[in-house]
Structures are given as C-alpha cells and as structure tokens.
Design a protein around this ligand. Structure first.
Ligand code: PHE
Length: 338
C-alpha cells in the first residue's frame, strides 16, 4: 500500500510539473485527486486495513495529499505569472508611436469667396443686412416692381411654400425690407442663400448671392460704375478690364450686366469665356422709381444703384471649378484644396 501511494505521488508530481497550462493543471488535479483517481480508491480502502496499519497509512495519505495540493498551488502561481507575462508582451503599447492625427478642417471655398467679397464692400463703408430665406411673394416680387402675372416672373424658377410665400429667388427682397425700415443714406450688402428650380453643372437649386445697394441724393450711374469696377478689380486683379452691357431687371432702370476680362485667357478668348474674352459676373442698375415708391421714398429726392452676384459662379471662375455640385457634396478631397 505504501509503495502504491509513493508511486502515485511521484507520478503526479511529475505530471504537475510538466503542465503547460491552467487547463492541463486542472486535468491533472481531477486525474490524481478526483473522485475517480487511484488516490481516492486508496483512500476508500483504508477501512480494510488492520488497526495497526491504519494510522501509518492514514498519515501518509494525508501528507501525500497535502504535498500534491501544494505542488498544484505552486504550479498554478507559476502558470499565472507566465500567462500574465505573455499578455503584457502581446498587449504592449509603444507610447512613442505617432498618434492618429486629427485632420484640420479648412474654410469652405464658398465661405472664403463670400468673405472676400464682403470685406471689399465693408472697406468701402457698406454695412451688412440680412433677410429671411422664406419670403413673402410681395418682398420677392411685387415690391421689386414685378407685378403678379408679369412675364419676367418666369425668369426665376420659384419654389412656392404656400400661397403668397416663396423661398426667395434672389437677395433683392432685402432691399425692400431695409428701405421699409430705414431712410437714406444707405450703403448695404446682403449676403445669403437663394433658391431656384434649376439644377445642372452650373446651376444649383440652392446657391448664394451677394446683394448690394446704395441710396442717397444725387447718386448716378457713374457711382455704380466706379464702385463695381473697384470691386471687380479687387476681386479678380488690378489689371483686369471691366465692361458694362445694357440689360433688363424690373427693379432697376437703366440696368447693366457687368463683365470682367476672362481670368483664363485675359481676353484672348477661350473655352471658359466661350471665345468672348469676357466673363459675366453681376447684374446691376439704378434703382427703379417704382421700387422707391413701394417703400415710401420720394424718387425725385433720392436715387441709388443696386447689384447682385452669384457667389458660386465667382468661386468657380476664381478657382477654375467646372461643376457647381462640388461645393455641396463636401468631399474632403475637394475641400482640402482651398
Ligand atoms: N436680383 C437679380 C438676380 O438675381 C440681380 C440684381 C440685383 C440685378 C440687383 C440688379 C440689381 O438676377
């Protein structure tokens, strides 16, 4: 019996020390100390021993059991240490590696052009006014000398919100709103979003305009020409020629379309300017007496000029962008270039 116990102990100690994982250690515990182990059957047979043998074998069984349990505890500590060491190795963080960079945003090209245009007029002494994008038909049309059913309303593909309420088709209604509230002299610019039923490579149903108007006594077409020439030269280059072509707007009379020398070919003629050498930039004119009457100004006493321009168009020409939709898709690869 003693032999048998010693043999089991030796075998168990060997197995335990050879365990490579906590799982194989647990398997060893079940095999050598579990209910179905040889050691357990020895324990069960203690009853068959003589009273003399019993205490000797009993003591041996106890110390053997204690030895094996101790060996397993020691092994477990070693295995846990090894496991932890391995985990630290695997999960090691190299704090000297460069971090994930936070990409810095850039100012949207439309915002840049809008700011540039505004700054030019702010330096000329203009102030900024704003109006609602959801506008009354009166402010968008009637007050601007565009009566109901007048064919010129078709020039703007209007979105109707409901009866007599529209998404403004231009920033000109801000002229009416400011003049309704204030008296001349006025030098105002009105930036903002406008809406038209129009969509292709050069038209977007939503786009930005910058409106401007100046009202005082004895304002002439010469003031308009001087102001807009100065603006376009600051915007496109000091050396650029500017020309004024007769045009029509219901709210200005006379009206002029203002062109700047082509930014690509400097007037020689190219694809951008369709061979003409000129780029159409803004609409303008002397404020129509009917507009002054609508806001309660005396057209005999006051005169003024107004102008409006599309910011997307200016940005496209300045940065040579051929599709307006790029401004609204907000692909960072596009935006990062500005
Ligand atoms: N509101 C006009 C447009 O959107 C532009 C304009 C403004 C023309 C002011 C003349 C004077 O087409």
């Amino acid at each position: 019996m003693q032999e048998r116990i010693k043999q089991i102990e030796a075998e168990a100690i060997k197995t335990i020390s050879g365990c490579q994982s906590l799982q194989s250690l647990e398997e060893a515990r079940i095999r050598y100390l579990g209910k179905n182990s040889d050691f357990f059957s020895v324990l069960r047979s203690l009853g068959t021993l003589t009273p003399e043998e019993r205490p000797i074998i009993g003591a041996l069984v106890n110390t053997t059991k204690a030895n094996l349990e101790q060996a397993m505890r020691d092994k477990k500590v070693l295995l846990l240490q090894a496991e932890q060491k391995q985990r630290i190795e695997v999960e090691k963080i190299d704090v000297s590696l460069p971090g994930k960079g936070v990409r810095r945003g850039t100012i949207h090209p439309l915002s840049q052009v809008m700011k540039e245009a505004q700054d030019i007029f702010l330096r000329l002494g203009y102030e900024i006014a704003e109006g609602p994008e959801v506008e009354t038909e009166y402010h968008n049309f009637d007050g601007l000398n565009i009566p109901p059913h007048h064919p010129s309303r078709d020039a703007w593909g209007t979105f109707f919100v409901k009866d007599e309420v529209v998404l403004r088709t231009h920033t000109s209604p801000v002229q009416i709103r400011v003049m309704e509230k204030r008296k001349p002299p006025l030098a105002i610019i009105a930036p903002g979003r406008v809406y038209r039923r129009d969509s292709d490579a050069t038209h977007s149903p939503i786009f930005n305009q910058l409106e401007g108007f100046l009202v005082d006594q004895k304002i002439t077409f010469g003031d308009l020409k001087g102001t807009l020439t100065e603006f376009l030269r600051q915007m496109f280059g000091k050396d650029k020629n500017v020309r004024f072509r007769p045009s029509f707007f219901p709210f200005t009379e006379p009206s002029a379309e203002v062109d700047v020398e082509c930014v690509m070919c400097s007037g020689r003629g190219c694809r951008l300017c369709k061979g003409s050498g000129w780029l159409e930039i803004l609409g303008s004119g002397m404020i129509d007496p009917n507009v002054f009457k609508a806001v309660g100004y005396d057209p005999k006493k006051f005169s003024g000029f107004a102008f409006g321009m599309g910011i997307e168009r200016i940005a496209m020409l300045k940065y040579k962008i051929d599709d307006i939709r790029l401004f609204f898709e907000n692909d960072v690869r596009f935006l990062e270039q500005f």
